[in-house]
Ligand binder design. Structure first.
Ligand SMILES: [Fe+2]
Ligand SMILES: [Fe+2]
Length: 472
């Protein structure tokens, strides 16, 4: 089924067959467009950007590339194709038919899950809105906008579910999505990592590597949901999310590569003298973004998470590939905690440890990109290793939020933390240095001093392709 872009809301959910829903969404649309103009990417509306737009959800159809005027961008509603006879894969309803409607007894919980996910999507657009002014290349600028328009579409995906399945409170929740703003003192976004600033491109690459990856794991566990429309929404969103993490992984890799080139060419560790970012500073940014992203998985022991699982609302990562009973009533899982200033692991109920299991899956996945970054460093013959900090480091949520820990996981005193934290987290000086590098480079094929060029262009285009036309 191809998606008709002449409709005001392109979709593959047969919106024109449901006038009431169509009207509700059309009423929400102007507020969304106003929000995009106000808090979307700064000064971008007149630009033509080489974007990937879905024209169908079938393989090959969802990745259609062309220059699109940002002002004319159309956000659509796309669900992955319905799986015939889909059965619930876990929890107390395991084996029953997946739900096409929201069961009354789980309405509040489902709404909360959808709202929490939906709120992160516009939040990241708000966090990244000024970055276009300091892009390191047209290639990167295009990638930023690609991420931004897709996060906007992810909001549409969640708002569609709210409006289609939750009646009046769904409409109120949809409105509230545009009223909360990242970092707003009165009406902040729901999750703290989405209220942090993304002030520079190193932070952006770290965010898309670490925080969008949290998004991947949340979406993947919601894709297991017994509520089929949520599952189908998330499955399609995951195809887009993969690109966001690619932007992060290759972005950080290119910053590392530039640092290594300068270290080798000039036989020095002082790469700042040559306008690059030193590996120590990159490590501090890794420590910061990893730790705030790890918090997003919530408490290690959570009865909410257990309930969501038993109700069938939110599963585990790749639930159907796990070899167990998918009910977990008697299963155990090893969970880290602090005892007498040591990190110990103890067996807890696997049901209440659902969050921690997802966090473990996430951490393993994070390590894969770090290994690739370290290969870049090793290939340059440099003796340095980027490491993920221990999960106890710099936590604001869960068992480790009450202690101080070094990146290697050793529990330390507040005094030692105060003394050491400048070595582990970006200091105001580090951030000020990085911000001095943030100058726009907008000639096709040119790249800023602090980052290596990409290995290849987008969709087979050359690196010096005009990915963005400014029209001014
Ligand atoms: Fe997203
Ligand atoms: Fe994303």
């Amino acid at each position: 089924m191809n998606i008709d872009y002449s409709e005001s809301i392109p979709n593959n959910v047969n919106l024109s067959g449901d006038r009431k829903l169509q009207r509700a969404l059309e009423q929400w649309q102007p507020g969304y467009q106003e929000w995009w103009k106000q808090l979307g990417p700064t000064d971008s509306l007149d630009m033509d950007v080489y974007l990937r737009t879905a024209i169908s959800v079938e393989a090959g159809g969802w990745a259609n590339y062309d220059h699109v005027r940002m002002l004319d961008y159309r956000w659509g509603i796309f669900l992955a194709p319905q799986e015939e006879d889909r059965k619930i894969a876990f929890g107390s309803h395991k084996g029953e038919a997946a739900w096409q409607e929201v069961p009354g007894e789980y309405r509040a919980e489902l709404r909360r899950l959808i709202v929490t996910q939906g709120d992160t999507e516009p939040a990241s657009v708000e966090q990244q809105r000024h970055l276009g002014l300091t892009c390191p290349s047209l290639y990167d600028l295009r990638n930023l906008f690609q991420v931004n328009v897709e996060e906007g579409r992810h909001l549409w995906a969640m708002v569609y579910l709210l409006q289609a399945h939750f009646g009046r409170d769904g409409r109120e929740e949809a409105d509230a999505m545009l009223e909360r703003h990242s970092g707003d003192p009165d009406k902040p976004r729901i999750l703290q990592a989405f209220n942090e600033e993304t002030p520079d491109w190193l932070s952006f690459f770290m965010f898309t590597y670490f925080t969008d990856r949290d998004g991947k794991y949340q979406l993947a566990s919601l894709a297991e949901s017994a509520f089929d429309p949520l599952s189908r929404s998330c499955r399609f969103m995951l195809t887009e999310e993969a690109h966001h993490m690619f932007v992060g992984e290759t972005g950080v890799g290119r910053v590392i590569q530039r640092a290594c080139e300068i270290m080798c060419d000039h036989k020095t560790d002082d790469v700042r003298k040559f306008g690059a970012i030193d590996l120590e500073t990159i490590q501090k940014f890794v420590n910061f973004h990893f730790s705030v992203s790890v918090d997003l998985f919530g408490q290690e022991i959570s009865t909410n998470a257990a309930n969501y699982y038993t109700m069938g609302l939110k599963g585990r990562f790749q639930e159907t590939r796990i070899d167990d009973d998918h009910k977990l009533n008697n299963a155990a899982y090893n969970v880290a905690e602090v005892k007498a200033d040591e990190i110990i692991y103890s067996e807890r109920s696997a049901l209440t440890a659902i969050n921690e299991r997802l966090r473990d899956d996430y951490i393993n996945d994070c390590q894969r990109g770090v290994d690739k970054w370290n290969k870049i460093i090793a290939n340059a013959g440099i003796n340095f290793c980027i490491t993920l900090p221990n999960r106890a480091f710099h936590r604001a949520i869960g068992a480790f939020s009450s202690v101080r820990a070094r990146p290697d996981g050793k529990i330390i005193t507040q005094a030692d933390w105060d003394q050491g934290q400048g070595n582990w987290l970006p200091t105001p000086d580090d951030r000020a240095y990085v911000s001095t590098l943030m100058k726009p480079v907008t000639e096709p094929g040119q790249v800023a001093s602090w980052i290596a060029p990409p290995a290849k262009g987008i969709n087979g285009q050359p690196i010096d392709f005009e990915y963005v036309r400014f029209n001014d």
